[in-house]
Design a protein around this ligand. Structure first.
Ligand code: HEM
Length: 559
């Protein structure tokens, strides 16, 4: 470049990249053509200004593109870490402030994003920290209801990855009015009368589960995997009156476990940079998962339609057979939502069950206390499936389930909401959250914060959920009820508000029913202590939880 050309080229490149930067910042374009225009066509058109003999075209092109892109990057980073950024006053790691790519990397490389976020809160000693350029995580007690609750915020871009060819599944809808419309059939499907119907289905699946486990008495089985067999088989029945046959066959008959795992693993890190979905979905591994899910949806719906409505399952309500909706949703969207129930409902329940076996076996005194309570309500020989409603009032059983949901909420990722642009921001307690900002509530982190759950917030101690005058700690020390903090207002394993888990009642019913049946019927023997010792380390955040194996041996209880 001659000095003359340099004098034009550098200011031109600087001006062009600054304009591109401003457009990206202000309008956050997602259109591939706009990307091409700003990142390829513009710098390409500047090459002739940079190119001068003896520079070759190749060198000029490389120089122009490298300078142009670097300038955009530098401007972006400088603004994000500058005191002028609206979130500048909130502490957080530099890499989090610079780009959400960092959280995507933490998620993909370690699966421990939940622990990373907890560490950030601890390191900065703050209940509100910056985990992305425009994203905060908070453990402040005012936030869960203000963010997730009835008057809370809409979902953030994290959920954009829940898109299917037919449209967005219920659990990804960000627009609140659209969500209300799509939620209506679900609300009908989950009303008291219909839950009663699922109770009958549940009894049958639990009976199958106990029978299949009895056949394997004395064999080593992976109880983490068997919990998934139960979760999928029950959801197949509940959503589509279909038996996936995992319990009967004792294996992943349809390859669903593998499919769901790749779906959640890939979805978890891409969700942090959901704008990249358009580009990444062309990768062969992602296409394989998306195609697998699509095929599963098509096959499931085809089978269900051929079989007809033999029962009022979830699909019956989704396709609105009773004609409640002015415009019933398309068949394709019903397939997407039905499938969502299977994905969202099987793995989460299986995770709680798997953790339950782990904690009960690791703490024999809790196992004995639970068995005593089960025996009082359902004496040995009595059918635990007969009066499932009684299980709701069993204090220790419910305390164990709550304690698992507190320590390891199956949705380990943060529940992301967004203060939309042009809203002027949102005041929550003593904090101001500027507009165009995402706020995440990581249940895992909130539930282990000693300001909400104390003492021993990191320890499995079901007693904290019981109402009594004095409590015996695992160490044997006795403390009074005034020394205990159990803040139910921030207990959000199912989220809360309009986007609360629609399957919450069914999930709790399933967990209690399986727990009662197994504890009443079997003694559990650990066969590989090392798997138990490392079980908690195997747990990975992939929005939901990826679990390691839990090899055990069951013995039918002697009278
Ligand atoms: C222990 C078991 C379960 C846990 C811990 C759990 C947790 C959650 C959480 C935290 C959300 C909110 C996600 C968000 O807003 O980001 C959610 C939503 C949802 N869950 Fe569950 N879930 C469980 C079981 C189930 C079951 C059994 C079903 C199906 C029957 C189900 C279906 C759904 C659906 C469809 C949504 C989206 C709700 C909406 O957007 O309105 N879940 N779940």
């Amino acid at each position: 470049m001659s000095s003359n050309t340099q004098s034009i080229a550098i200011p031109t490149l600087l001006a062009a990249s600054s304009i591109a930067y401003v457009i990206f910042k202000k309008y956050e374009p997602e259109n591939v053509l706009v990307f091409a225009l700003l990142l390829v066509i513009t710098p390409a058109s500047l090459v002739p200004i940079v190119q001068q003999a003896p520079t070759t075209l190749l060198v000029a092109t490389l120089t122009t593109f490298a300078t142009y892109w670097s300038l955009i990057l530098v401007l972006t980073v400088l603004y994000r870490i500058s005191p002028f950024h609206p979130l500048a006053k909130y502490p957080g790691p530099l890499l989090c402030k610079v780009s959400k790519l960092w959280m995507a990397h933490v998620t993909a490389s370690s699966g421990k994003a939940h622990i990373y976020v907890q560490e950030i809160h601890r390191i900065y000693k703050s209940d509100i920290v910056r985990i992305g350029p425009n994203e905060l995580s908070t453990t402040n007690g005012d936030f869960p209801s203000a963010v997730l609750g009835v008057n809370g915020l809409a979902r953030g871009p994290y959920y954009d990855t829940r898109i299917h060819e037919a449209g967005m599944s219920l659990d990804g809808i960000r627009d609140r009015s659209l969500h209300t419309i799509r939620h209506r059939p679900w609300a009908r499907a989950m009303n008291t009368a219909n839950i009663k119907h699922y109770e009958g289905l549940l009894s049958n699946v639990v009976a199958d589960f106990i029978a299949a486990l009895s056949q394997r008495e004395g064999e080593v089985i992976n109880m983490s995997e068997w919990s998934m067999f139960f979760g999928i088989d029950f959801m197949g029945q509940m959503a589509f009156t279909y038996d996936y046959g995992m319990i009967k066959n004792g294996r992943d008959t349809h390859g669903l476990i593998r499919l769901f795992e790749s779906l959640t693993r890939e979805g978890a890190w891409i969700s942090h940079i959901s704008w990249s979905l358009k580009f990444l979905q062309h990768l062969s591994s992602a296409t394989e998962t998306i195609d697998g899910l699509k095929l599963l949806g098509e096959q499931t719906v085809e089978r269900r339609i051929t079989a007809g409505s033999t029962a009022k399952d979830l699909f019956y309500h989704l396709i609105d057979e009773e004609g409640h909706e002015p415009t019933p949703p398309s068949l394709e969207l019903c397939a997407v939502d039905g499938l969502t129930a299977i994905v969202a409902g099987s793995d989460t329940v299986a995770t709680v069950l798997s953790h339950l076996w782990y904690f009960l076996v690791s703490h024999p005194t809790y196992f004995d206390r639970l068995r005593k309570e089960v025996d009082e309500v359902f004496p040995p020989g009595a059918d635990t499936n007969k009066e499932i409603a009684k299980q709701m009032t069993m204090p220790f059983l419910n305390a164990c389930v709550n304690e698992i949901l507190r320590l390891y909420p199956p949705v380990l990722a943060g529940l992301q909401r967004r203060v939309e642009k042009h809203t002027g921001g949102r005041v929550v307690g003593s904090h101001f959250v500027p507009e165009d900002t995402q706020v995440s509530v990581w249940a895992y982190v909130v539930h282990r914060d000693p300001q909400h759950f104390s003492p021993i917030p990191d320890v499995f101690w079901p007693d904290r959920w019981l109402t009594q005058e004095t409590y015996v700690l695992p160490t044997g020390n006795i403390i009074s009820k005034d020394e205990i903090i159990t803040n139910r207002d921030v207990f959000v394993p199912f989220s809360q508000g309009p986007m609360v888990c629609v399957g919450k009642s069914v999930a709790l019913m399933e967990i209690r029913a399986v727990a009662c049946a197994v504890v009443q019927y079997f003694d559990i023997e650990v066969v590989d202590q090392s798997c138990f010792d490392s079980y908690e380390d195997t747990l990975c955040e992939a929005f939901a939880t990826i679990r390691g194996s839990l090899p055990i041996c069951l013995h039918v209880r002697k009278p």
